[in-house]
Design a protein around this ligand. Structure first.
Ligand code: ARG
Ligand code: GLU
Length: 729
């Protein structure tokens, strides 16, 4: 081959592999060998599928831990040291903070094991193994079965399977549906219940940039915290006990000191929560045009009211920081999602996919049973549209964004416990709520709550389809304005402030019922709740069930009709692997984002005494003196980087792993432009955001001086080693 020709072939394979593989997909670890190993190796991975997931030997999966149910974490030392995000550990860090000892503000580093802080209720779950149990669970299920029969058969099969399955001590088992119910997998897990807080940077590092920078690249947040798993003397899960010892894992992740370069292979290993990648065009249209706009409009209002109060004084700002953050996190995501769908022509793409599917189905007699799938889905979605709209309006206006209503739904759950399961469970639930009550009501403010309630109720009245208006509200509004109605409720209700609500959690069932019965705000809540559970659900549930059935059939049909595409199951909070590359992106014509940020950016964003952008004096000093220890690179301190790994909520705290199996970063967010990856991943603008492992080590070592933690870890130089090996050859 001529040299020129060879270069061309090389360039072609290089660029085509660059684009063809990686990026989209959240894959099942036990199927890597058959589905992904070759692609991953072509992208530069040096591991085998067996190194990542094995049930015969220690593998990467043994270091990946579900953290408290909602986040991911990973083991980074032979003594059970656990790394996760600051925002995942937040509740526990805040819980151990007080005015005298504010570790949220100042950070905390345990000097020895004895110094670590107990975190009641925090769990760490390891996956022992997973199994495809589709044939067992779908035994006897026919493709023509009525949905109810199908459900009943599967439930029976699950019960029989669970009964027969031999679990070892401390193991638990659950099954989950995949590919919209076409496949089932079983997960055998081990849950550790003694997990202690070891270290956290001050909030000005762990949450630097706070809500303003949330979902945004370029990013400068050191979003990490450190915990430790404890076990009994046999290395098995145990409730907290002083005699417990650090857990000895089957595997822990070494940490690379070599950093990342553009194009490097990366994978993210964790527990992504929920995606909807296989919706038809109409399914996506309803998210983009019905659901998201209502959510965005409501939250914009709620946030602007909160913001006005928070700007008045520091105490109010602090009091509402948590609830502002949670309302704004999803708000900002939905805006990005809609913009991204528009920019990448997401609807058109789904349209084309639906059309291709239809064309092939129409042309092939073997597919005749799929003929009406897409159109039936469309008409079911359309029938549901008004009801979905109403449900969304009620939820956003009267539940999610109004603190008192949030608390009422907790109370409702406690009351229902008595009604359905008896007094014993009622007392259990009530006591649980009592313990959380202080934290729940700490951000309550009657004045702000009432203002938000009024504003959102006004939007609800404007947006609500007339015939789905809560009859009680319709009656009330015949005589008064929305404002008069809400002011009246708040004036007459005794259950609008934290103290009163907390008192409720001390009452017996009958006293609680009596206190609620005469309260006008509770009456409104109860009317709404009743309307939801009866009138609205009666209409919407059958339609939703039908959509679930059609989506299952559509998924199976897609895989048959368009078989040249590789299908990964939608996220469902089970263990997955995404892989991609370290790469920047171009969100808009003429603009381009680099893949890496540095500590310099923190100093650019620095606003003294600001609650989002203040910088710790020690960090400024380290910056000024360039004291980066062994962690800097060419006189600069790398801070965060982005890559084309497909991630979602729940991947927070997931490790970013290099080609050799070492930790190179800690996943904590996605770029705003690409948040539509939950419904339409597009490698051109979807990027996940990771804290650079070197920044984490720098903060622990140079900033906090916690050298004993560094000594526990295994720091490696994979790039240097591999180039040495090459030279030897
Ligand atoms: N956007 C990230 C995630 O969805 C981080 C959220 C926590 N940070 C915050 N500033 N609210 O969950
Ligand atoms: N911050 C998210 C989490 O808590 C991860 C970001 C995302 O949604 O990708 O899981």
């Amino acid at each position: 081959m001529k040299l020129q020709h060879r270069i061309l072939v090389f360039l072609f394979t290089f660029f085509s592999s660059f684009r063809l593989f990686g990026g989209e997909g959240m894959w099942l670890p036990l199927l890597l060998k058959s589905l992904n190993e070759a692609d991953m190796k072509a992208m530069g991975m040096k591991l085998s599928a067996e190194d990542i997931y094995s049930i015969n030997k220690g593998s990467l999966k043994d270091a990946i831990v579900s953290f408290g149910g909602g986040c991911t974490s990973e083991i980074i030392s032979p003594n059970g040291l656990l790394l996760t995000n600051h925002h995942c550990g937040y509740g526990y860090i805040a819980g151990h903070s007080s005015v005298e000892n504010n570790i949220l503000k100042n950070g905390f580093w345990a000097k020895s094991n004895a110094d670590e802080k107990i975190c009641g209720g925090l769990t760490a779950t390891l996956i022992v193994r997973m199994e495809d149990v589709s044939s067992t669970l779908l035994k006897g299920v026919g493709s023509q079965d009525f949905e109810l029969d199908r459900k009943a058969k599967i439930e029976k099969n699950v019960a029989a399977f669970k009964k027969e399955y031999k679990l070892n001590k401390n193991e638990e088992l659950f099954v989950r549906a995949f590919y919209n119910g076409n496949q089932y997998f079983a997960f055998i897990t081990k849950t550790f219940k003694d997990v202690r807080l070891v270290g956290t940077p001050p909030e000005s590092i762990g949450k630097f940039g706070s809500d303003t920078d949330n979902w945004v690249w370029p990013r400068h947040t050191g979003d990490f915290s450190i915990f430790r798993i404890y076990a009994d003397k046999n290395n098995e899960p145990a409730e907290y006990a002083e005699s417990n010892v650090p857990y000895q894992p089957k595997h822990f992740l070494p940490i690379s000191l070599d950093g990342v370069a553009e194009g490097d292979f990366t994978m993210v290993f964790g527990f992504p929560g929920r995606t909807n990648e296989y919706l038809t065009e109409e399914g996506v249209r309803q998210i983009v045009e019905v659901q998201n706009p209502i959510r965005i409009r409501m939250r914009e209002k709620a946030l602007s009211i909160l913001d006005q109060y928070m700007r008045k004084d520091e105490a109010t700002k602090l009091k509402f920081a948590a609830s502002y953050a949670s309302i704004s996190n999803a708000y900002k995501k939905w805006i990005g999602e809609n913009q991204g769908i528009k920019q990448t022509k997401g609807l058109e793409k789904k349209h084309e996919r639906d059309a291709l599917f239809q064309q092939r189905v129409d042309a092939n007699a073997n597919f005749s049973e799929y003929k009406n799938l897409v159109s039936e889905l469309e008409s079911q979605y359309k029938s549901l549209e008004k009801l979905s709209r109403a449900t969304e309006i009620y939820a956003e206006a009267f539940q999610r964004n109004v603190s008192v209503m949030n608390f009422y739904s907790e109370i409702k759950e406690v009351m229902t416990a008595q009604e359905v399961r008896g007094e014993k469970i009622f007392i259990e639930k009530r006591n649980e709520l009592h313990e959380q009550a202080e934290a729940l009501v700490s951000g309550f403010n009657k004045e702000i709550d009432q203002e938000i309630f009024t504003a959102l109720a006004q939007i609800a009245v404007e947006e609500m389809p007339k015939e789905l208006m809560l009859p009680y509200l319709r009656e009330q509004l015949k005589q008064k304005s929305v404002n008069e109605f809400v002011v009246g409720l708040y004036r007459e209700s005794k259950l609008t402030d934290g103290k009163e609500l907390k008192k409720l959690t001390e009452l017996s069932y009958s006293d609680m019922a009596a206190a609620l019965k005469t309260d006008p705000l509770w009456q409104f809540y109860d009317e709404l709740n009743y309307y939801f559970a009866n009138d609205l659900s009666k209409q919407s549930v059958p339609l939703q069930d039908k959509i679930v059935e059609l989506r299952r059939k559509h998924m199976a049909a897609l895989m048959q009709v368009i078989p040249e595409k590789k299908y990964y199951p939608d996220a469902n909070s089970t263990m997955r692997i995404s892989f991609g590359r370290v790469e920047g992106f171009s969100p808009k014509d003429g603009s381009c984002y680099k893949y890496q940020t540095y500590l310099d950016g923190v100093m650019e964003k620095y606003i003294p005494n600001d609650y989002e952008f203040d910088v710790h004096p020690k960090l400024i000093e380290l910056y000024n003196t360039k004291s980066y220890g062994q962690y800097g690179e060419n006189g600069k301190m790398p801070l965060a980087f982005i890559g084309s790994n497909h991630t979602t909520g729940g991947n927070s705290g997931s490790p970013a792993i290099d080609a050799y199996g070492n930790l190179i970063g800690l996943n904590f967010d996605r770029v705003w432009e690409g948040t539509m990856s939950d419904i339409n991943y597009d490698v051109s603008i979807c990027r996940n955001i990771m804290v650079d492992a070197r920044y984490i080590l720098f903060i622990i070592d140079e900033f906090a001086g916690a050298k004993h933690l560094i000594q526990e870890m295994k720091l490696v130089h994979p790039k240097a080693n591999s180039s040495k090996k090459k030279k030897k050859k």
